[in-house]
Design a binder for this molecule. Structure first.
Ligand SMILES: [Cu+2]
Length: 345
């Protein structure tokens, strides 16, 4: 509310200043001294253009250098190398064009400001020039878009058959993680089944759900494909794993996915960074409400054999809370009992 009032105040203040300026100009027009005023305000504006060019330019360079390390965090996934290369190529191409065009934009505004003694040259068109400045950007953009599209379709294409499926569901304000259990088949879900004890809405009458289990944090094996099955329970969220260069929206009612191969274990990254406390982080990259900041999880990358060991040690949802299937038909309960006794062997 205060922000809104302050914004209105600023708008009013700016319009008052502008009105005063207009009145001054009108007065000088009436007095017949308007030419001088116009020349002076043109000169002031021309100088402001140059000040802006150098001021903003210097700030931009300073900021880019200061924050450079944040653009360069170590990569821990296979496709991350491709994504980063694309990012820097695009940055270089658009950066060079941005710098040249902005220097020209501000420099021309300064150099060609109003001058009584100058006459503009009549130069209506130049077909050759127009063809060049249409074709060159079109070609460059086509190359950028096609390579970007290829990288994108590699990421979003169906995951390999041997991929480890992991479900990550966003809600206000946390993530819930689910593994498909020994059968590697994720059980169905339905939002109508969500209760206080079944927060993910898992459909336990689907036999694939009987061995599903939850986890506090995401654990994945190194060097093997991982498929993130992403969904949201309430509003838009976004799964962001900076070191893996993974980012995908979590959309209510429209599951999304992202598959990747992590290629450095947490232990290896801790060694590389010289930081024994380092953990890969998962953050929510969609401002999803007042508790957005708390949507933080860790993702641990283990060697495949360590991962298998961890995987086999997890207790299923039903083992932890047998009431989940209390109202279901007897054959489901029997199946669940058989699975539990097998896993305890
Ligand atoms: Cu969120």
């Amino acid at each position: 509310m205060y922000g809104f009032l302050i914004a209105i105040g600023v708008v009013l203040l700016v319009s008052i200043i502008w009105m005063v300026y207009r009145i001054q100009t009108l007065v000088s027009v009436v007095k017949g001294s308007d030419k001088k005023v116009v020349t002076r305000s043109n000169n002031i504006n021309a100088i402001l253009f140059m000040l802006f060019l150098f001021g903003m330019g210097a700030w931009l360079f300073w900021y880019s250098i200061k924050e450079y390390d944040n653009y360069q965090i170590p990569i821990a996934s296979e496709h991350g190398v491709v994504t980063d290369r694309l990012f820097w190529i695009t940055m270089a191409v658009t950066g060079v064009v941005f710098i040249i065009t902005h220097i020209l934009l501000f420099w021309f505004s300064y150099k060609y400001r109003y001058d009584e003694n100058k006459r503009a040259a009549y130069y209506p068109d130049n077909n050759k020039l127009e063809v060049i400045w249409t074709l060159v950007p079109a070609l460059v953009l086509t190359v950028l878009v096609v390579t970007g599209w290829k990288a994108w379709s590699d990421i979003t294409s169906p995951a390999p058959d041997n991929a480890h499926a992991i479900e990550i569901m966003g809600y206000q304000f946390a993530w819930e993680i689910r593994y498909p259990g020994k059968d590697n088949q994720m059980g169905e879900f339905d939002y109508r089944l969500i209760t206080a004890t079944n927060s993910r809405g898992i459909n336990f009458s689907d036999k694939n759900a009987l061995d599903d289990f939850g986890a506090q944090n995401v654990v994945v094996p190194k060097g093997e494909p991982v498929l993130l099955m992403i969904r949201a329970r309430d509003v838009l969220h976004s799964v962001f794993i900076p070191h893996m260069r993974v980012k995908m929206d979590a959309v209510p009612g429209m599951p999304t996915r992202f598959w990747f191969v992590a290629n450095k274990t947490t232990a290896e990254m801790q060694e590389e960074l010289g930081n024994p406390d380092f953990q890969y982080e998962i953050a929510c990259a969609e401002v999803c409400g007042s508790g957005h900041f708390s949507m933080k999880k860790f993702i641990t990358v283990l060697e495949p054999d360590e991962y298998q060991k961890w995987y086999n040690e997890q207790a299923t949802f039903i083992e932890q809370d047998p009431d989940l299937i209390a109202d279901l038909p007897d054959d489901i309960k029997e199946l669940a009992a058989i699975q539990i006794s097998e896993s305890n062997k």
